[in-house]
Design a protein around this ligand. Sequence first.
Ligand code: HEC
Ligand code: HEC
Ligand code: HEC
Length: 143
Amino acid sequence: MSKSTNRQAVTRRSDAGKTKFWYRLAYLLIIIGVMSMTAYAAAPYPDVPKGKGDQCVEDTEFMRANHMELLLHQRDETMHRGIRTKKHSLKNCMECHVVTDESNRPVSAENPKHFCRVCHDYAAVSIDCFECHASKPRAKQSN
Ligand code: HEC
Ligand code: HEC
Ligand code: HEC
């Protein structure tokens, strides 16, 4: 074998290797693409449990964005000025936003299905409110 044919053979072999490499890369990119699409379709926004009744205490969009202001502000007013309005009370929220388990019992904030947790877990928010406040409506009958 002369030196030049040898080099050609080497070049050809590495060309084949390159083609294989590009095929593999394309394949990998498609897989990643499909995976990220399904991931996106699966969790663009958490599946928030539907509240009771026709509407919230304020506009739903407003509540989505500002419920924390409302609650925290409410807490300050209640605590510091002794104002108490039922409309924005935490107890009131839980009456309409109760989520029940398989045996139809209201779940507490310890359950990831709890209304407040669905979003908070998703957004990595943690609140201490339920250390003092009831996270579910008081049971109407004991069980
Ligand atoms: C250390 C205990 C404690 C923690 C923690 C706590 N609260 Fe309170 N909260 C109280 C007490 C005591 C009152 C006044 C008595 C009442 O009305 O229950 C109150 C009242 C309120 C009220 C008005 C009354 C009502 O029942 O809704 C709201 C709203 C409220 N808190 C929201 C919150 C939110 C939101 C958090 C979490 C960010 C929180 N609280 C955390 C003890 C606590
Ligand atoms: C009279 C029943 C009722 C009360 C009381 C109530 N809500 Fe609602 N809430 C609803 C309804 C109905 C909707 C809109 C439908 C839905 O759940 O997506 C809603 C929507 C919301 C949303 C947006 C949910 C989403 O899909 O993004 C948040 C957040 C919320 N409420 C928080 C609260 C808080 C906090 C309180 C207490 C201050 C409260 N709600 C009190 C019935 C209620
Ligand atoms: C639609 C989704 C959603 C629902 C439902 C929801 N939250 Fe939130 N909440 C959020 C997001 C997102 C934040 C963080 C906002 C930010 O950091 O600006 C937040 C923040 C908060 C905060 C402020 C926490 C802090 O330390 O700053 C409080 C208090 C709060 N939520 C209370 C509640 C309560 C009580 C419920 C149930 C009655 C509830 N939220 C239901 C999405 C939600």
